[in-house]
Design a binder for this molecule. Structure first.
Ligand code: ADP
Ligand code: MG
Length: 329
């Protein structure tokens, strides 16, 4: 079995990620020195702020042992790029900390395939990391850049804003219910929602397009109700949310309404963006989403006060207690 350094060399140290002489103004201009030394050296564009986000994925808690290594590699990076997207940052580079029960070549090769496929899609570099023996865990830190003052934050929502979400919600949760056996899904349907759970697409282009347009943004990782709650708390505002306006896939829409509500309102792992923007900016929001190639749907509005009111399409309050996911609950 290969040792730690051989594993890194074979699977995670790519010549094209090394840094050094870089094309002027190229997308890889963010890394001056990559894997191999004690530190990586990052060089954001002059005058830009660094945006940094870390996510730790543990087997059994954040992913199932059944996930293909390639998809795990994709997802580990995707969830970090999703955080950069939520802030409107342009991704530059990432580091990878890996704990492996054993030096499993096939696993590392698969993980690297998924990781680098997504990294290359976004033109970013693996700049360093750490590798150790231990229970399977994947921790990525992603670095991005943005002009000072332009980050999209949770605290910027204002009364009169409309609430928007990208893509479709709830499929990842439906897939989890499928894995648990609490919902019976036909083979093809299960594959569709399983892809949503295992291969989320970070909305980087949308985040960039929303700079200067959205008042507040967050990425949906722990369920819409809880994540919207963070925006409301940080912004000091209230909201009304139309549960029937939440976009969902045909697979989810074919399920009983109660399950649709559970999945769209509280399901985690969607990695879509939720953002608020003034009602007068509606056309600009739709144009930005079209530029980014992502569908967006308006599903509520921000009001003065505090708390979240969830209604159905006729404006009637939704019964029930809807709470987000808390790792320690
Ligand atoms: P140190 O002992 O200084 O922490 P290491 O021996 O752990 O350095 O790592 C050697 C080099 O390999 C460093 O440049 C580090 O960033 C890189 N590295 C280690 N593990 C990984 C990994 N999983 N992916 C990418 N680079 C890695
Ligand atoms: Mg080390």
């Amino acid at each position: 079995m290969p040792g730690e350094f051989e594993l890194i060399r074979r699977h995670f140290a790519r010549p094209q990620d090394a840094g050094g002489e870089l094309p002027q103004g190229g997308r890889r201009g963010g890394v001056a020195l990559g894997v191999g030394d004690d530190c990586a050296l990052l060089q954001p564009a002059p005058g830009q702020q660094l945006a940094v986000s870390t996510d730790l994925l543990l087997e059994g808690r954040h992913f199932l042992s059944t996930v293909a290594p390639e998809r795990l590699g994709h997802k580990a990076l995707a969830v970090n790029l999703s955080d950069l997207a939520a802030c409107g940052a342009e991704p530059l580079a990432f580091t990878l900390a890996l704990a492996l029960p054993r030096a499993d070549e096939a696993f590392c090769a698969g993980l690297a395939r998924g990781l680098f496929a997504l990294a290359d899609e976004h033109g970013i570099v693996l700049a360093g990391g750490d590798t150790t023996a231990g229970p399977l865990a994947v921790c990525i830190t992603a670095f991005g850049q943005l002009p000072p003052g332009q980050a999209l934050l949770r605290g910027g929502a204002r009364p009169g804003d409309e609430i928007w979400v990208s893509g479709q919600l709830g499929d990842a949760r439906l897939a989890l219910e499928g894995f648990r056996g609490s919902v019976a899904l036909a083979g093809e349907q299960f594959e569709t929602v399983r892809r949503a759970m295992e291969l989320p697409q970070p909305r980087v282009a949308l985040g960039l397009a929303l700079r200067g347009l959205a008042h507040a943004a967050i990425d949906l990782s722990d369920g819409l109700v809880g994540d919207l709650g963070h925006v409301l708390a940080r912004s000091g505002v209230a909201a009304v949310l139309d549960a029937d306006a939440l976009p969902r896939s045909d697979v989810l829409a074919a399920q009983p309404l109660a399950l649709q509500r559970l999945c769209t309102l509280t399901g985690g792992d969607d990695y879509e963006l939720l953002f608020t923007a003034p009602a007068a900016a509606r056309d600009a929001v739709l144009a930005a989403a079209a530029r980014a190639g992502v569908a967006v749907a308006c599903c509520g509005r921000i009001e003065a006060g505090s708390g979240l009111r969830i209604v159905d399409g006729r404006g009637e309050p939704l019964p029930g207690d809807w709470a987000g996911f808390d790792h320690f609950a």
